[in-house]
Write a protein that binds this ligand. Structure first.
Ligand SMILES: Cc1cc2nc3c(=O)[nH]c(=O)nc-3n(C[C@H](O)[C@H](O)[C@H](O)COP(=O)(O)OP(=O)(O)OC[C@H]3O[C@@H](n4cnc5c(N)ncnc54)[C@H](O)[C@@H]3O)c2cc1C
Length: 308
């Protein structure tokens, strides 16, 4: 079963924060062991912003607080917009950032207690040979479900670091892995608890936006989502960050697209090159090629608005 989980007296024990992901798995029987509620220490429930703009967010801070904190909105607008755009108002009021990062796969084969899945000790990914309509387009490992965490994509765009009760300063890539291990949703050790998210100060003059393509108006995980940050100075792109969710088993930086923009003039021709490069390295599955167009469309829209 996916980490984080510990074993005591031969039984699996799972941590609980807001419980919004866990409760559905409890109802279906996919999660069956004992639960431990994470103790709300002051360090884990606050948002602290330092004079230089860096921020520290406790793991038990709710998504709603992140979406509505004016300091976060000013310094990290892409993060605030991503938080405000996920799930539903009711879920955002309860769900925590730690639980969001550690939430389990949304794949219907994983969530169904009767179907085989690598994340349930199975030997095959049932989605790969079955219905993978919402699957990846960057096929990085045996599991073809995209990582479900919107906040992970946003934190990747902002170079956030994660502290746990055992390790400090983890990048999002260290927290979630590279997608090669289809048996887990993250690289946390059993029982390891996320305690804090650390955000570096924003870059001078940057703008940021978030956009998702979704199969219904709300209350759904996105098909594709992007957090984009840009700095334009003297008519040139000095910084471009594009972090995508919904496309790979882990959130991905669109490195080729970012490279195409580095130092380039802030023009339509550059936007076209960035859009073209945004799917470099993609390898869609039989049913997911439509996501290539969604990805390109989101990148185009965000680039046009950031460079306007
Ligand atoms: C209709 C709907 C739409 C949704 N849409 C989106 C979406 O678009 N994007 C998105 O990102 N999410 C979406 N979600 C999922 C939702 O955001 C998550 O359920 C929520 O963020 C989980 O947080 P929680 O505090 O409730 O976690 P819990 O349910 O308490 O825990 C989730 C998992 O994380 C582990 N965990 C919790 N806290 C910690 C910690 N501090 N350290 C280590 N492990 C921990 C738990 O053991 C458990 O395995 C949606 C949910 C619903 C129901």
């Amino acid at each position: 079963m996916s980490a984080p989980m510990m074993i005591a007296d031969g039984k699996a024990i799972e941590l609980r924060a807001g419980g919004t992901d866990l409760s559905e798995r409890r109802r279906s029987g996919v999660s069956r062991g004992s639960l431990i509620d994470i103790a709300p220490t002051p360090d884990m429930t606050g948002i602290d912003c330092s004079a230089n703009g860096a921020a520290r967010i406790g793991a038990l801070v709710t998504i709603d607080r992140i979406a509505n904190d004016p300091r976060i909105a000013a310094a990290y607008p892409g993060l605030a917009a991503a938080a405000g755009g996920l799930a539903t108002p009711q879920i955002r009021r309860v769900a925590t950032i730690g639980g969001n990062l550690a939430q389990h796969s949304r794949c219907w084969y994983y969530r169904n207690p009767h179907t085989a899945c690598l994340k349930k000790h199975g030997s095959i990914c049932s989605a790969r040979g079955g219905n993978h309509l919402y699957g990846v387009i960057f096929d990085l490992g045996p599991c073809v479900a995209p990582h479900p965490s919107t906040m992970a994509a946003a934190l990747l765009a902002y170079d956030a670091r994660i502290d746990t009760d055992r390790r400090a300063d983890l990048t999002i890539a260290q927290l979630l892995g590279d997608g090669a291990n289809g048996a887990v949703d993250n690289a946390l050790e059993p029982g390891e608890t996320i305690t804090r998210v650390e955000l570096p100060p924003p870059t001078l003059g940057e703008r940021a936006l978030y956009k998702r393509a979704i199969s219904r108006a709300s209350a759904e995980w996105p098909l594709v989502e992007i957090v984009a940050r840009a700095v334009v100075a003297d008519g040139s792109l000095r910084l471009l960050r594009l972090a995508a969710g919904g496309v790979a088993p882990v959130p991905l930086r669109l490195a080729a697209a970012e490279a195409a923009a580095q130092g380039a003039a802030a023009t339509g021709a550059t936007i076209a090159r960035v859009v073209e490069q945004s799917t470099a390295g993609a390898k869609p599955l039989a049913m997911t090629a439509y996501k290539l167009d969604l990805l390109k469309g989101l990148v185009r829209d965000l680039m046009e608005r950031l460079l306007a």
